[in-house]
Design a protein around this ligand. Structure first.
Ligand SMILES: [Ca+2]
Ligand SMILES: [Ca+2]
Length: 260
């Protein structure tokens, strides 16, 4: 191929790429309970949809594939879990609004489904829940709080008022935390949630012996404004079919991805 033909083909390829619409994948949250005992459930990949937080937002000790999160649901709860690689667990900060200088995982959800195109956390259905793997005494008792960031929030509720059903523990090379979060916290029921395309997002943070955050990692996502408090980064998610087998869940999940 001569050079000018090659260049014109290259230009056409770029034009096709540049003009292709970008479709967001709708994540399907499968029906499945997690056993809230602080240990990863053996078949967690069948029971829950997995998210890899592979985009480094603040450098330091964070590495690729550092943190993964999981979501599932049953009649009354979301099940949330997080695995983190971490060579030093440090959770001494309980006073900052979002445990910034502890190890943490943030779970954002918009249960009303009106997150699209918003750049502020100002929706009534917007929630940011932050979990730490340990408490300030170094016990495997997760701390949890709700943070309004720059929105109205929900009263900055904490601990058992968010959920008493939470647990954590050490795993090989890091930590694990899981929780059942009742739909009633969000003042929603299964019927309403089944009809909603929700918004979800995750950010994890690392603090080590120094007691100051050294890294933050997030779900890769297109967005506008500040990634830590802008719903423009949130990803669409729907509840999967009620009570199906793991194989059927997989078929539904991949079917949905192909659908776009
Ligand atoms: Ca478990
Ligand atoms: Ca750490």
């Amino acid at each position: 191929m001569n050079k000018s033909r090659f260049l014109s083909l290259l230009t056409i390829s770029f034009l096709i790429l540049a003009t292709s619409p970008i479709f967001a994948v709708t994540y399907i949250i499968p029906w499945g309970k997690l056993n809230i005992d602080g240990k990863p459930d053996e078949n967690i990949n069948d029971r829950a949809v997995k998210f890899d937080l592979s985009l480094i937002a603040i450098g330091g000790t964070i590495k690729d594939d550092y943190i993964s999160t999981y979501l599932a649901y049953d009649e009354e709860n979301f099940y949330f879990a997080c695995r983190a690689k971490d060579n030093s667990v440090s959770c001494k900060d309980e006073v900052s609004r979002d445990f910034k200088d502890s190890d943490y995982i943030r779970f954002y959800i918009d249960v009303k489904g009106d997150f699209e195109d918003r750049t502020a956390l100002n929706g009534k259905g917007d929630w940011a829940l932050i979990f730490t793997p340990q408490n300030t005494k170094g016990k495997w008792t997760p701390m949890v709080k709700e943070c309004p960031y720059n929105g109205p929030g929900h009263g900055a509720i904490q601990g058992d008022d968010v959920t008493p059903k939470r647990a954590s523990g050490a795993i090989d090379g890091g930590w694990y935390v899981e929780a059942a979060i009742p739909f009633s916290l969000f003042e929603r029921d299964l019927k309403k949630l089944e009809k909603t395309t929700m918004g979800i997002y995750f950010i994890g943070g690392d603090t080590d012996k120094g007691g100051v955050r050294t890294g933050e990692v997030r779900l890769p996502a297109d967005g506008a404004g500040n990634y830590w408090n802008s719903p423009a980064y949130w990803q669409p998610a729907k509840l999967g079919p009620f009570s199906v087998t793991p194989l059927e869940k997989e078929a539904v999940f991949w079917g949905k991805i192909k659908e776009f």
